[in-house]
Unconditional design. Structure first.
Length: 119
């Protein structure tokens, strides 16, 4: 797993969120916000038992428990960038994302509800 991500500058995040709210995001906004909110999740839920993936932007290991070292992790959460940003900002709930198939989660501890929203 690569080095920990770092949160983005608050003004840059606010500008990107404004473009998302206005339905004018671009790929750079999604990349910035995805990495920013993944970094916040790493800070709030340190650990290595769940791998959260938002391809093609980022993947992090979070939540205390058994450490994953090789192969498929015991718990995986995967979604696209817009879904991750909506979950992180509270525009979408975990239950809504799961019930509509916008998030795929498997394994023990793969429910991120206790950690969301982030922003």
């Amino acid at each position: 797993m690569p080095a920990r991500l770092r949160p983005a500058d608050p003004e840059t995040v606010a500008a990107a969120l404004a473009r998302v709210a206005a339905d004018e995001p671009d790929r750079a906004d999604l990349r910035l916000l995805t990495k920013h909110f993944m970094a916040v999740l790493e800070d709030r839920a340190p650990g290595h038992s769940v791998e959260v993936r938002v391809p093609p932007y980022a993947a992090v290991q979070v939540i205390p428990g058994v450490r994953h070292t090789r192969g498929t992790p015991p718990a995986v959460v995967e979604m696209d960038g817009p879904t991750w940003v909506a979950l992180a900002t509270g525009e979408l709930t975990w239950a809504e994302a799961e019930s509509t198939g916008r998030v795929r989660a498997s394994g023990e501890r793969a429910d991120l509800t206790p950690y969301l929203p982030l922003g």
